[in-house]
Design a protein around this ligand. Structure first.
Ligand code: PAF
Length: 278
């Protein structure tokens, strides 16, 4: 695996790949990698000739500076994991390579970034749009892979690609879960042992709420989540919504394709998860 930190070096490698007609798969990450990221690399290896990963903790998508400061960083371990997963190129740029000058672009994602994480973390998706468009312009991927735990992010990136008319296919990949059901996330490593136990209730509550949704209705599912979360001293609900999974608008009829999406704080750590309600 080649490890590159400068854009000029990356340009050279990418132009060689393009000249030889290789299909480039791209897995952008913020590091602190887990099996979920490995599954993205595996998906890329199946669908592309070469796989490029990036590790870049993007400052512009953190609306909370403390969140940025405490974001986990495990570069040595990440390099080993990517090496073993069969990644071909790892791009680990410093901030100045990605943002030689501040990015002042403001995207208009319309309704998509006014709800859920867009409402809870103002400016977050604009920062994601900035960094993903910059990384796409550097890596020039044919296909890029994103985890579906960040369901809204995948929709935002599809919208970004549509608005900028970028020639890249976006492939969402399934959520990977720990044995107790907790969705894999880099942030899980920030939980204390006690918080980690409590966090396992998140998927459990979501499953139960899904059952209530099917047997009763949205309001009952929502009330259940509110009560279940507030019964846990270490948990605080940020949002729980049942949306149409094509539009992310709140569901109106039970015959719409539905997804439930949750954000909770466990201690100081904010976790998100989602579940298709089929
Ligand atoms: O999902 C992430 O890890 C980040 O939001 C991404 C897509 C790498 C952009 O910084």
């Amino acid at each position: 695996m080649r490890i590159i930190s400068l854009k000029t070096d990356l340009d050279q490698v990418i132009s060689e790949y393009r000249k030889s007609g290789k299909r480039i798969g791209f897995v952008p990450t913020m590091g602190a990698l887990h099996q979920g990221h490995v599954s993205l690399v595996e998906a890329s290896r199946k669908q592309a000739d070469v796989t490029v990963c990036s590790i870049f903790v993007n400052p512009t998508q953190f609306n909370d500076k403390n969140d940025l400061l405490r974001y986990p960083r495990t570069p040595e371990q990440d390099i080993l994991m990517l090496e073993q997963a069969g990644c071909d190129v790892l791009f680990m740029p410093p901030v100045e390579e990605v943002y030689p000058v501040p990015d002042t672009r403001v995207f208009d994602f319309g309704y998509l970034d006014k709800i859920l994480d867009g409402a809870a973390r103002p400016g977050h998706f604009n920062g994601v749009g900035q960094v993903v468009s910059i990384l796409f312009s550097m890596v020039k991927p044919d296909v890029a892979f994103f985890g579906q735990k960040d369901y809204q992010q995948v929709m935002i990136i599809r919208e970004l690609v549509r608005q900028l008319n970028l020639p890249v296919e976006i492939v969402p990949c399934p959520i990977l879960r720990e044995p107790d059901g907790l969705a894999m996330s880099s942030r899980n490593t920030l939980l204390s042992a006690e918080e980690r136990k409590v966090a396992a209730h998140v998927p459990e509550f979501m499953q139960k709420a899904a059952q209530i949704y099917h047997e009763q209705d949205i309001d009952q599912a929502r009330s259940y989540i509110q009560e279940a979360v507030s019964s846990q001293a270490l948990m605080r609900l940020d949002y729980y919504m049942i949306c149409d999974r094509n539009t992310l608008r709140e569901i109106e009829h039970k015959n719409q394709p539905a997804i439930s999406l949750i954000a909770v704080f466990v201690g100081k750590i904010r976790l998100i998860d989602n579940l298709f309600l089929d």
